[in-house]
Design a protein around this ligand. Structure first.
Ligand SMILES: O=C([O-])CC(=O)C(=O)O
Length: 173
């Protein structure tokens, strides 16, 4: 008897697909070309960008997530460091509580089982069990360069399982 074929779970249809944004807006779209994986409970998220730049210190990630998110996306340039996790279950929970749409980390995160249960988008380069320092290093509200793209606060970011794209303003398709 033939066994039942195992099917991969269906992905939700994005409200605004990054592929459609790319097709419709051409050169006005920049793809953040980094090998992100999804860790949050939301696979599909978008909003105005807020930025943090830091290295192995998540003080500013926390202080930003403590402010009202207003459906923004926090983009964290962690310098692609593989030495510590910049976001875990507590910070993800803060992001949910304060109304952030998502967190994108050019670096690592931890507490995968908590992140997946959090109603927020979280993309990062990978997982790592050790937390970062909290010594107040870093800056916020600055232009950052990630995946070959300059990302400035106030730009519009669209993310889904295909990837991450930024545009100067909200895409109109
Ligand atoms: O506290 C940290 O540095 C990161 C973390 O584990 C959390 O957000 O729960």
């Amino acid at each position: 008897m033939a066994g039942k074929q195992q099917q991969r779970p269906l992905l939700p249809v994005p409200r605004l697909a990054t592929a459609d944004v790319c097709d419709a807006m051409g050169d006005a779209v920049q793809v953040v070309a980094l090998p992100f994986s999804d860790y949050g409970g939301r696979l599909d998220f978008a909003g105005p960008v807020a930025t943090v730049r830091t290295l192995d210190d998540n003080s500013f990630v926390k202080s930003m997530l403590e402010t009202p998110g207003e459906d923004r996306v926090l983009v964290v340039d962690g310098g692609a460091s593989l030495r510590s996790a910049l976001v875990g279950g507590n910070l993800a929970g803060l992001g949910v509580k304060n109304g952030w749409a998502g967190i994108i980390v050019n670096g690592l995160v931890r507490d995968a089982h908590e992140l997946i249960a959090a109603d927020i988008g979280i993309k990062a380069l990978g997982l790592y069990p050790k937390k970062s320092e909290k010594l107040g290093r870093g800056e916020t509200g600055v232009a950052i360069t990630m995946g070959g793209v300059i990302i400035e606060p106030g730009m519009w970011l669209t993310a889904d399982t295909d990837g991450v794209v930024v545009t100067k303003s909200i895409p109109s398709l």
